[in-house]
Design a protein around this ligand. Sequence first.
Ligand code: FES
Ligand SMILES: [Fe+2]
Length: 434
Amino acid sequence: MNSFTRPNGREPLDSRQFLNEDCSEVSRQVFTSEELYQLEQRRIFDKSWLYVAHESQLKNPGDFVSAYMGEVPVIVAKGGDGKISVSVNSCPHRGLRVCRADQGNASRFICPYHTWSFKPTGELVGIPQARKMGPEVDKSKWGLKQAAKVESVFGLIFATFNPEMVSLDEYLGEQKFYLEAYFDRFPGGLEIAGPAHKWDLKCNWKLPVENMHGDVGHAAYLHGSFVAVDSPQNIEIEDYAVTAVARDGHAAVFRLMPEDSTFEQRGVHSPHSSPELQEYLTEVERTVAERLSPVQARIKGMAQGIYPNMSLLWGQNTLRVSHPRAPGLIEYWSWLLLPADAPDNLKEEIRAGYCMAFGPGGILEQEDSYAWRLQYEGSAIDYLNDRPYFYGLGVGEEKAHPELPGMVGKCYNEHYARRLYMRWREDMFGEENV
Ligand code: FES
Ligand SMILES: [Fe+2]
């Protein structure tokens, strides 16, 4: 195609400037344009369901965590009635953040400027200066603004600013099948351990998202020192991995183990795991049929992405969100997920494994982060504006599967990314412009 042109700010944007019809070619400007970035805030982050917290972080009334919905800071809190609220963290008086902690339990948040006080769920409780002034202020009108909708699934809490948004259930569609295969796998469920690792990365917010949606193609290459091409782990991945897109924008990649595979083979552990951890994970697989369907029971080691910016890596027990900050800057948040009923020593072993591989000091994270920074820098080379990226691996190879929802392709099929950019195009430009 090679007909992409740089938007000059004078002509209306047209999706054909950035993507060809089947999204097998994607302009570099999708990752660098300031104009597109600003549109993304309005057309994607102001409108989508966004992951904000996990229920395991909010066990008691007054428990809260700070989060972001796109660029907007929010407070997720549990009220006295057990209901979860999501309030914009900006004082209605002059705009300061009323909550400046990552997480905790509070009876009140007190704004630092003039000390207005708020319940964790956002209601305005006190205005110290008002006692000496009249007339009385109607406090019910001046609480923190609430997200338009808050819903949860498998303990994952999502919120949206969009009052017109479809239910979370409808938004996820058959992607729930893949979420369930991970979140309902462990007898006691999964829980978030501790606060998130948070760090800045010089890249576009979509780069980590796209990677976690299904980029098996880099695993044994970029991470060759960790997963060698000829290692048993990579051979198993090449033999059994599939990419599944149940709904455009969401994706999952995993090994679908053969029906005659053993429980030992299905357990997701590394060769370095202790015998005790291997036995614990094998036991989870032995009993998984009590909780999941036979085909879900054969799913192993999934990476998964929920549009627009949430990712999961089962093998490394991590949940992450790519928060946009600028076309070339993200704030990346990464949490450790643990099987809630695992013995403490195994939780500690899983934690150590996660820290070794992921989080800002992890080997794999370092390699991925370096790749995403270089990818951003390459995308910003003006001279290459007529050279879109190739996203065409496996075009047309994906098809409906007899047991798995959505379109399913072999492990190196890039349809997970093509469908991600189709969803992006639909949100950014509307279907009529596709
Ligand atoms: S800005 Fe918050 S109390 Fe004045
Ligand atoms: Fe990676």
